[in-house]
Design a protein around this ligand. Structure first.
Ligand code: PRE
Length: 149
C-alpha cells in the first residue's frame, strides 16, 4: 500500500474539513456510518477494486482470444449459448452465496452479458475486430432485462 492510500486511511482533522467541503457533506460525526469510512475512503476502496477487476478482465479477454483462435482453426461458431449459460449460472450462484448479498442474480447476469458481448467481439475474425479497436458493436445486441430479483 502506498503513502497516498495510507494517508487516506489515517486522515487528519484538516483532511476531514477538506473532504466535507469537497463533498458537501455534514460534520465528521454526522457523516460516519458505523465503520468511519467516508466518501473519499470508499472511493479509494473502489479504485483498488477496479485495478483488480481490470487486470482480471484483461486476463479473461486473453483467454477468450486464445479460444477464438482455436475456434477459427476448427471453423467452430464464436457464439456458444450453452457455455454462456454455465458462466451466468456460476456468476449467479457466486453472487447469491455472498453475505451480505449485494448483487441480485439478474444484476450480476446483466454485467456478465455485457462482458460476454465484448468477449465474442474479440473472437471475431481479425478483419472485423482488432486489438484496440472500438468494439461497441457486438454480435449479440445488449438488451438489459428488468432489474428484478
Ligand atoms: O467458452 C467459449 O467457447 C468461449 O469462447 C468463451 C466465452 C466466454 O467469454 O466465457 C465467449 C463466447 C462464447 O459464446 C462462450 C463463452
Amino acid at each position: 500500500m502506498n503513502t497516498a492510500r495510507n494517508f487516506y486511511h489515517r486522515p487528519t482533522e484538516t483532511t476531514f474539513a477538506r473532504r466535507r467541503a469537497r463533498h458537501h457533506i455534514g460534520s465528521r460525526e454526522g457523516s460516519e456510518a458505523g465503520d468511519g469510512m467516508e466518501i473519499a475512503d470508499w472511493r479509494n476502496k473502489i479504485d483498488e477494486l477496479d485495478e483488480q477487476i481490470v487486470a482480471l478482465l484483461c486476463e479473461r479477454a486473453a483467454a477468450a482470444i486464445e479460444i477464438g483462435k482455436l475456434k477459427a482453426q476448427a471453423a467452430s461458431p464464436v457464439y456458444e449459448p450453452k457455455r454462456e449459460q454455465v458462466v451466468y449460472d456460476r456468476a449467479r450462484a457466486k453472487a447469491a452465496s455472498r453475505q451480505p448479498e449485494s448483487l441480485s442474480g439478474t444484476q450480476i447476469q446483466d454485467i456478465y452479458e455485457r462482458i460476454m458481448d465484448v468477449m465474442r467481439s474479440l473472437q471475431k475474425p481479425a478483419d472485423t475486430a482488432q486489438a484496440g479497436e472500438d468494439k461497441r458493436h457486438p454480435q449479440q445486441p445488449y438488451i438489459p432485462r428488468q432489474n428484478q430479483r
